[in-house]
Design a binder for this molecule. Structure first.
Ligand SMILES: Cc1cc2nc3c(=O)[nH]c(=O)nc-3n(C[C@H](O)[C@H](O)[C@H](O)COP(=O)(O)OP(=O)(O)OC[C@H]3O[C@@H](n4cnc5c(N)ncnc54)[C@H](O)[C@@H]3O)c2cc1C
Length: 382
């Protein structure tokens, strides 16, 4: 067991950090305020291989491991987790589902466009009436000749406004409770599909989040992704990978909050000394550093298990649950260490505190992760 990153892994981290520091950070306050998603910067991330990190090179991807991918997303989280969320949804949800379930022909058609950044990808599972209970979706796909007609609304969809390709889940057989849902890869220039209301969010404001509306959207049979009736099962497998990236994103946010608070505590003085001399501040920093390390290790373990091709459901749920809850605690301490300056936008602490909450909600809430973990450990104990 080797806990050190390789030189190459450190270089990948460094590259992401430099990209984020130069392309995102200078504009961050404005983009956060205006909820601006910098689509041109996003596409440039594709030139660096960051939009198809784990996709094999034959489909235009960088062919890296899931551990590398976790490192990429963590680094984005330190600088701007909103941008990181968009990168994660593109990589592990839209592109990941297409790679998991697509035929070779579909992969050759869509993956090079997604991995290069020529196309932006979105993934639509959630609906206004069904989030945690995703299989309760109402979007339907009805066969018409060899085509399918899609009707329904997905909401909270990352990248929806800018997407060129959306993977959407729809009910194809209402009677089949287990295998009645199918995935479709829908090119967004088709008639009958468009992005709807854009959400005005608490945090992650650089990431685009909007509805995806389908009204009699006709798609050819070649849009079916994977087997008819197996879309929900593939969606859950896709989330097994996606949850690792949300865990890594949370680690990045927590690290950003921790580093900012640590540095601030050495500069800020009270009662004639730096506040870092007070044991109360030292203990907060010690807890933050320890929990962040533990969270990162859980993310690495889940990523390593995924790289080995083994079932990762329980481990990715543990990584996401723990990392996101650690990150919420760390960002709260970050605000506390900054005192009044933690409450204003001239300092970084408040943004981390706003952004982080999504990590306990997106790709399955903490409650759902606990259900997944409990189901798995109780089955093992049988
Ligand atoms: C910024 C953002 C980006 C997102 N991006 C995407 C995306 O790209 N694609 C996509 O498909 N979705 C996306 N989502 C949706 C996200 O995955 C859902 O919001 C999430 O799964 C929760 O669903 P919900 O909002 O409907 O909450 P609900 O399911 O209504 O949950 C409400 C509360 O009830 C709890 N609860 C529900 N069921 C149970 C239960 N059985 N036991 C205990 N507690 C329970 C939940 O934990 C939660 O606390 C995004 C959401 C946000 C906010």
């Amino acid at each position: 067991m080797d806990f050190r990153l390789t030189d190459e892994q450190n270089q990948i981290r460094q590259m992401v950090r430099e990209f984020a520091e130069s392309e995102i950070k200078p504009h961050l306050a404005e983009w956060d305020e205006k909820q601006h998603f910098p689509v041109e910067v996003f596409k440039r991330a594709g030139e660096l291989g960051l939009l198809g990190v784990t996709i094999p090179e034959e489909y235009g991807g960088a062919g890296l491991s899931y551990v590398d991918y976790a490192n990429v997303i963590e680094e984005f989280g330190v600088v701007d987790s909103g941008f990181g969320l968009s990168v994660a949804a593109h990589n592990s949800l839209c592109t990941g589902h297409t790679y998991l379930a697509g035929s070779d022909e579909q992969k050759k058609k869509w993956l090079p466009k997604l991995t290069s950044g020529e196309w932006v990808g979105a993934w639509g599972l959630t609906e206004p009436g069904s989030g945690s209970d995703a299989s309760g979706m109402r979007t339907t796909a009805v066969k018409d000749g060899s085509d399918w007609i899609l009707n329904g609304t997905k909401n909270f969809i990352t990248n929806a406004t800018y997407a060129d390709l959306s993977v959407v889940l729809a009910v194809t057989d209402k009677a089949d409770q287990k295998h009645g849902i199918t995935a479709f890869a829908v090119e967004m220039d088709r008639k009958g599909i468009h992005a709807g209301k854009k959400e005005n969010k608490l945090g992650m404001r650089v990431s685009d989040t909007a509805e995806l509306v389908m009204q009699d959207c006709r798609v050819p049979a070649s849009s079916v992704l994977g087997e008819i009736g197996y879309g929900f099962i593939d969606a859950m497998k896709t989330l097994d990978g996606g949850r690792i990236s949300i865990g890594a994103l949370a680690v990045g946010i927590a690290r950003g909050a921790y580093e900012a608070a640590r540095d601030y505590s050495k500069q800020r003085t009270a009662f004639g000394k730096p506040i870092s001399d007070f044991q109360a501040i030292q203990f907060m920093l010690a807890d933050m550093a320890t929990e962040i390390d533990a969270a990162r290790l859980l993310c690495y373990r889940a990523a390593a298990i995924k790289d080995e091709g083994e079932k990762v459901t329980q481990f990715s749920a543990m990584a996401k649950l723990y990392a996101s809850e650690v990150a919420v605690r760390a960002t709260e301490k970050g605000v506390q260490i900054f005192g009044g300056y933690g409450f204003v936008k001239d300092f970084p602490a408040e943004k981390y505190y706003r952004d982080v909450k999504l990590c306990t909600i997106g790709e399955g809430t903490s409650e759902i992760q606990r259900m997944v973990i409990a189901r798995s450990i109780l089955a093992e104990a049988r």
